[in-house]
Design a protein around this ligand. Structure first.
Ligand code: RIB
Length: 302
């Protein structure tokens, strides 16, 4: 069966330390626990889409090391098509150094490793996957020219194209936006893309409208506990978030994106797909780690 959701993006091994509070610059703090789990924004979104009911293929790179084998296996056990997950000779796998504090806030340093070697040509080799997909999802943890190629190819093929612009460091190239059906930033990413502060619903609406003017098809600004704001040329709608006690917010955004995409390919409308993504993300923040925290569809059943 060909995959309906194709994710072009990163795979990282997450090295996670829990501490009472995040260290300041130059400071050493004692941690409380340490664990290693599969992550990476691309792989997390692929796992979320698979657990939430979609057939999924991943296009990405790992290194030729033990982490690479573990990252690939973590996707294979979810039934994700990994024919396009390649091991780069002589390169380490992507790694994320994550610190989570008692308030469930995190700070993340990523070392790209194999992710940094995902070229447009290496994605183009698996064009048949893109041709067979309904939805193509990209993020920003692989080289920009590769993201640009995948977005343009998705548009050329008439697919539903999603970009989760994470991590964002500034505005996106203007030509990218015209290729994107759903642009899904969080508050800080919406701020980086527009250059204006985003900290509440009104500023999120302004950012969404600005991104529409810049060419995006539709925008969903995720706002953590404040929910999500859907902004289109027909207006905007706010979706309040389920209230939960957060333990670890790592991969909450990825869970939302994968869940939203899975719901669309299962035939749900936009509103129901947003709500399902939110319910999945809310459950994920009550659990530790990236991929281990992502729920299945069965866990969301009322
Ligand atoms: O979005 C969460 C992810 O960001 C983590 O799994 C980590 O690998 C980083 O890429």
């Amino acid at each position: 069966m060909s995959a309906k959701v194709v994710v072009v993006g990163s795979l990282n091994m997450d090295l996670v330390a829990r501490t009472e509070r995040l260290p300041r610059a130059g400071e050493t703090v004692a941690g409380e626990s340490f664990f290693t789990v599969p992550g990476g924004k691309g792989a997390n979104q692929a796992v979320a889409a698979a657990r939430l009911g979609a057939s999924v293929a991943m296009v990405g790179n790992v290194g030729d090391d033990a982490y690479g084998q573990q990252l690939r296996q973590a996707l294979e056990v979810e039934g994700i098509d990994c024919q396009a997950v390649s091991a780069c000779p002589g390169v380490s796998s992507g790694v994320a150094l994550i610190t989570v504090d008692a308030a469930s806030q995190n700070s993340i340093v990523i070392i790209p490793g194999g992710n940094g070697q995902l070229t447009p040509a290496s994605v183009q080799r698996f064009d048949a996957l893109l041709q067979a997909a309904e939805v193509i999802i990209c993020q920003l943890e692989v080289p920009a020219d590769t993201v640009a190629w995948a977005l343009a190819r998705g548009r050329e093929l008439g697919k539903t194209v999603m970009l989760n612009p994470a991590p964002a460091t500034g505005p996106l190239p203007a030509q990218w936006l015209a290729h994107i059906d759903y642009l899904i930033p969080n508050e800080s990413e919406a701020e980086a893309l527009t250059g204006a502060p985003v900290d509440d619903l009104a500023s999120a609406r302004r950012a969404g409208e600005r991104l529409l003017q810049m060419g995006a098809g539709k925008v969903i600004v995720t706002l953590g506990a404040q929910g999500a704001l859907f902004v289109s040329r027909d207006g905007s709608r706010h979706f309040p978030a389920p209230q939960v006690k957060a333990l670890d917010t790592t991969a909450a955004g990825d869970t939302f994106v994968g869940g939203f995409a899975a719901a669309l390919v299962r035939g749900l409308g936009e509103d129901d797909a947003i709500t399902l993504g939110q319910r999945a993300a809310a459950l994920s923040v009550t659990r530790a780690g990236a991929q281990p925290s992502i729920p299945t569809l069965a866990e969301l059943a009322p």
